[in-house]
Design a protein around this ligand. Structure first.
Ligand SMILES: N[C@@H](CCC(=O)N[C@@H](CS)C(=O)NCC(=O)O)C(=O)O
Length: 181
């Protein structure tokens, strides 16, 4: 997670806490509806830090969740750091987006395969090459999935394990260019 962003959100929480206390001085900060007040104060600056827009209701919901979770899981923790973690866990973009795993079934002397390999090189992609003549296991996998051994075929496995098999060199090149170009 982004340490700088966490520091900024944490500081914003401290600031919000102070402003709330000043607004509710008469009750020494006591305010049963504090999430509503916090949501109004946080809406704009938190949206800027996380680069997204929130409705007040979303913030009220998140603040209440953070409060329940902290009480249940880490009552001794620093509240502002806990809230910062909570907001980042739910809303900050991941540092590295999950990537599809790419495997190309091919063989050396195949002109259609060399088109696909050239696109992979041009785009600097990490693709596992499986030569169907160098290892009969690769050929068997391909026939099992496609019902025939025509190459090239690109196997795309998404982070959730979903698999897609793409034959046709022109389709493969188009797909790679469109996705990674
Ligand atoms: N239209 C296909 C043609 C692929 C093709 O003909 N591949 C040849 C090798 S260059 C092949 O695998 N032939 C053996 C077979 O079809 O089993 C493409 O562009 O990918």
């Amino acid at each position: 997670m982004d340490g700088e962003l966490k520091k900024k959100i944490s500081a914003l929480m401290v600031d919000t806490g102070k402003a709330h206390h000043a607004a509710f001085l008469a009750t020494d900060g006591a305010d049963p509806d504090w999430p509503i007040w916090y949501a109004g104060y946080l809406q704009e600056p938190l949206g800027k830090l996380l680069q997204m827009s929130f409705t007040k209701s979303q913030l009220v919901y998140c603040l209440m969740n953070a409060d329940f979770e902290r009480d249940a899981l880490a009552p001794e923790s620093s509240w502002h750091a806990f809230y910062a973690d909570h907001f980042m866990g739910h809303f900050a973009p991941a540092d590295t987006p999950a990537k599809d795993k790419l495997v190309l079934y091919h063989f050396e002397g195949c002109p259609f395969c060399s088109r696909a390999r050239a696109a992979i090189d041009r785009l600097g992609l990490e693709v596992e090459l499986r030569d169907i003549f160098a290892d009969s296991k690769h050929r068997d996998e391909l026939v099992q999935a496609q019902g025939r051994s025509t190459v090239p075929v690109l196997r795309i496995t998404s982070p959730n394990g979903e698999e897609r098999w793409m034959p046709e060199s022109a389709d493969i090149v188009r797909y790679l260019e469109a996705t990674y170009g």
